[in-house]
Ligand binder design. Structure first.
Ligand SMILES: [Zn+2]
Length: 89
């Protein structure tokens, strides 16, 4: 069917939401949606993925696992993946 009055439904793109921490879901700070990649992420381990608190926590947990103080399965699953990443760096 051809018509000048075609009804086209436009779906609005979802508003870009602030990135959230993968562990505690809080909004990540220091991230701008403008500019290039370097402005959109934080130049830190897990920048753009974890908040500063959780990054510190992950590093601490990783160290404790390496020291044998705790076992990997004592760490929550969300944190564990990052501890593993951290330890493989
Ligand atoms: Zn967090």
């Amino acid at each position: 069917m051809t018509s000048k009055h075609r009804n086209v439904i436009h779906y609005r793109r979802a508003k870009p939401s602030m990135p959230h921490c993968a562990v505690c879901r809080s909004e990540l700070q220091g991230i701008s949606k403008k500019g290039g990649k370097s402005r959109r992420t934080t130049n830190r381990l897990f920048g753009g993925t974890l908040c500063a608190n959780c990054t510190a926590k992950i590093i601490e947990l990783g160290n404790r696992v390496e020291q044998g103080e705790i076992k990997l399965d004592e760490i929550g699953i969300r944190q564990r993946v990052f501890v593993l990443q951290r330890m493989s760096h």
